[in-house]
Design a protein around this ligand. Structure first.
Ligand code: ASP
Ligand code: MG
Length: 441
């Protein structure tokens, strides 16, 4: 109810733009146009790093951690040039303040990575350094977008998210301190909108990052900006949250793979969580949960085709299943584990195997148990799987097949299964009322 008063009768909306939306000057211009067209009231905008900047900063960080100054300079230069070429395209006036501000962010970053060499101050542990370095991607993109929106006559206010999202100190995978975050967000953002009713008033902030109680920068895990937006939506009791993407919405299959895939008009929160669980790259369950708790509609729509309405994810008692939904995972490996003496697989074996899997941080995509063997399907990541197999082989007969595909079909029909399996060899199959999973050779 207090929000009703704070925002003069208007509920706040939250928009999130990912790296693909802001990967070029054109992208930034498009975002500005979307904001002009779609902001009808108080709006909070969360933005990620531009394009593939996070990957580029990871490369820079690795060079820094490996103490390879030449490689550091080169990778730093790449990130800097990429952003400055976007600035050049956006701002005709080469004395525009945006250049100076972005320059000073890059100076800070350079100061940070030179520190080790100047003061012989060895880098801290990887996860800590990761957050200090990689977070510049979001700091820089938000600064550029902010200045461009001002140039276009908008009224954005840039909030440093590190003053709003408080986390613990689990670097690279920080846990949100909801209570403190809620207090900080509910103080800063409504205050701003109470004083800014003009059309185009926008609170702009960075996705992916936060800070711990000591003021260290933290990050919420890769692809964490959707989650950042959901945190704000939850704290502000937002009306809706929109994730702007380069696809028409949530599709029933990857359009690159299934030519006649269709966009799902609606999804229930539950179904969205299920899809994420089975590996659809829709939305992370972490993002859905706060929205579900506060009953905030999540829209996923295209920043490329504004005519399309996209997908609404919401609370639906009865979600009418429109079509089977396909999730494909390539590069899978099937590992079968049996006790050496061919005795039965018993609870003790299973609990030991699960412990080993957890120790090796292996995510099991499907598993199946028979009398004398336990089979798991996992991503064939040699760095993780090879040591696992070596370890298992000490105590178990361990066999594996590589080069497989895992298909999950939600709300499957015979036709849908046939379409996938065709004449391929089924290595494993698991079927429940709603879901079938098949591992194909
Ligand atoms: N820039 C970060 C990443 O690429 C966060 C995000 O995009 O959501 O992982
Ligand atoms: Mg990104």
């Amino acid at each position: 109810m207090f929000l009703f008063i704070y925002f003069c009768g208007m509920y706040i909306d939250v928009f999130k733009f990912g790296g693909a939306a802001v990967n070029s000057a054109c992208g930034i211009k498009n975002v500005a146009a979307i904001l002009k067209q779609f902001s009808t009231g108080p709006l909070l905008v969360v933005v990620s790093a531009m394009g593939k900047t996070t990957n580029a900063l990871e490369a820079l960080l690795n060079n820094y951690m490996n103490n390879d100054p030449l490689a550091v300079i080169e990778s730093y230069g790449k990130v800097r040039d990429f952003h400055f070429s976007i600035l050049e395209d956006l701002f005709e006036d080469k004395n525009h303040v945006a250049f100076g501000e972005v320059d000073s962010l890059f100076d800070q970053l350079r100061g940070y990575i030179r520190r080790g060499h100047l003061y012989q101050d060895a880098p801290h542990e990887y996860d800590f350094e990761y957050d200090q370095v990689v977070s510049y991607g979001e700091l820089i993109s938000a600064s550029i977008l902010h200045h461009y929106l001002v140039l276009q006559g908008g009224h954005p206010a840039l909030f440093d998210v590190r003053g709003l999202i408080r986390t613990d100190s689990t670097f690279r995978d920080a846990r949100v301190d909801w209570k403190t975050t809620e207090t900080l967000v509910q103080k800063a953002i409504p205050d701003y909108f109470r004083n800014h009713h003009e059309p185009g008033a926008i609170a702009l902030t960075q996705g992916f990052i936060g800070s711990d109680a000591l003021g260290n920068t933290t990050t919420l895990g890769r692809e964490g900006s959707d989650f950042s937006a959901a945190i704000f939506a939850w704290c502000l009791h937002a009306r809706e949250m929109t994730i702007w993407k380069d696809v028409p919405g949530v599709m029933n299959a990857d359009p690159k793979w299934l030519k006649d895939s269709v966009c799902l008009e609606t999804l229930s929160y539950r179904e969205a969580i299920e899809l994420a669980y089975y590996g659809a790259s829709v939305i992370h369950p972490k993002t859905i949960k706060p929205l579900e708790n506060a009953n905030i509609v999540l829209r996923v729509r295209s920043f490329l085709d504004l005519e399309l309405r996209g997908t609404s994810i919401k609370n639906m008692r009865e979600w009418k299943i429109p079509t089977p939904i396909f999730i494909r995972k390539q590069n899978q490996m099937l590992i079968s584990i049996s006790p050496r003496d061919f005795s039965f697989i018993l609870e003790e074996n299973l609990s030991e195997i699960f412990r080993i899997l957890a120790n090796f941080r292996i995510k099991v995509n499907v598993m199946q148990n028979s009398a004398i063997s336990f089979s798991i399907c996992v991503d064939a990541d040699p760095l993780k799987v090879n040591p696992l197999i070596a370890y298992l082989k000490k105590d178990y007969e361990t066999r594996y097949n590589e080069g497989l595909e895992l298909f999950t079909i939600r709300h499957y029909t015979d036709d849908a299964v046939h379409r996938i399996v065709k004449s391929r060899k089924i290595m494993m199959e698991l079927r429940s009322r709603n879901t079938i999973q098949v591992v194909l050779g």
